[in-house]
Write a protein that binds this ligand. Structure first.
Ligand code: SAM
Length: 324
């Protein structure tokens, strides 16, 4: 396992670079400050994440744009920072991911009963409430939606002509966030990186949409709850299980247990996860240059359909394996 200094250095160069100069600068600097690293190392390994530390400091009103100010503030308020890091999780909820889910959802027998595992606040349960602009020219969704999702596409992506009809939305999370709770909403805001103003505006608009009709979210482990959620879906609708950026948080044996349950349930199962997370999906990917590790793979029942930008900003539709 890499030490904390190296973890922060890698975060700076491999994750923040190109996306947040503030986080890149600060995490690279933290990696060289033994006093801060010693504090972070008091936490369990899973809680030492740069993203969690910086979100906690911002949540509590601390500065992140200058190392000296950050260090002074964090040392003084370490007790509260520590408790926030122990209590909260990195649960970034990105409604933009609906852009890549939409073409799959629209092709299923309608109407749909959506079940999201690892839902965070459930903002990906509203694909029918957002407006979409695909660079192929297609625009769809309610013209008065405050949330407009823009997505670049390549390949023969089957862009839908109409939105899916969603009659039921439910989800599970180890720690569901409540969009109607101002503290939870502010935590979600603090998980968006400082320069990402458009994402922040989109998050706020999506939270307003969800607040008008909050989703049913249960607290629990996805393996322990998925059967009950599936059983609760209303008759007359297609139950669809979906998830984005979730299974990486599970150890391999729990991912395998989930896969086995989904095979048994046999309903449409849409996964949007990083490479290496679902082996059967990886095995079916077309051979070619090693994919960008920052792209996810969108799959339906373990059959890969596209590579996707992790925030739904890109949809690279894969060639149909049966057409060559
Ligand atoms: C990075 S967030 C992604 C949220 C949402 N799927 C999205 O795409 O915006 C991952 C979520 O998975 C949840 N999670 C992780 N392991 C879980 C488990 N075993 N059971 C249920 N939820 C889990 C976390 O609490 C977190 O809210």
């Amino acid at each position: 396992m890499v030490d904390t200094a190296e973890r922060y250095r890698r975060f700076a160069t491999m994750e923040a670079r190109g996306h947040s100069p503030t986080y890149e600068r600060l995490t690279a600097a933290i990696a060289e400050v033994p006093g801060l690293l010693a504090l972070i190392d008091q936490l369990p390994p899973a809680k030492r994440q740069p993203n969690l530390l910086l979100a906690a400091v911002r949540f509590l009103g601390g500065p992140v744009d200058d190392l000296a100010a950050f260090q002074e503030w964090t040392l003084v308020h370490w007790g509260r920072v520590r408790s926030t890091m122990l209590e909260r999780r990195t649960q970034t909820n990105e409604p933009g991911r609906c852009s890549v889910l939409l073409p799959v959802l629209a092709r299923l027998p309608q109407p749909l009963a959506l079940i999201e595992v690892g839902a965070s606040a459930g903002l990906c349960l509203y694909p029918d409430r957002y407006r979409y602009r695909y660079d192929g020219g297609a625009t769809l969704g309610p013209s008065d939606s405050a949330v407009v999702l823009v997505c670049d596409t390549t390949g023969a992506a089957p862009l839908p002509a109409r939105l899916p009809e969603v009659v039921w939305r439910a989800g599970v999370d180890l720690n569901p966030l409540d969009v109607t709770d101002p503290e939870d909403a502010r935590w979600l805001e603090c998980l968006v990186w400082p320069e990402q103003h458009q994402r922040l505006a989109r998050l706020r608009d999506a939270m307003r949409i969800a607040c008008a009709e909050p989703p049913t979210l249960v607290r629990g482990d996805l393996n322990e709850t998925i059967r009950d959620l599936f059983a609760a879906a209303p008759a007359g609708a297609t139950p669809v299980v979906l998830h984005s950026a979730v299974l990486a948080y599970l150890p391999p044996e729990e991912r395998e247990a989930f896969t086995a349950t989904m095979r048994e349930l046999g309903c449409p199962w849409i996964s949007n996860e990083a490479p290496g997370i679902l082996p059967a999906v990886d095995r079916r990917l077309p051979l070619g240059p090693r994919p960008d590790r920052l792209l996810f793979t969108l799959a339906l029942n373990e059959h890969p359909l596209a590579r996707t930008g992790p925030h739904g900003q890109r949809l690279e539709w894969l060639p149909d394996p049966t057409s060559s």
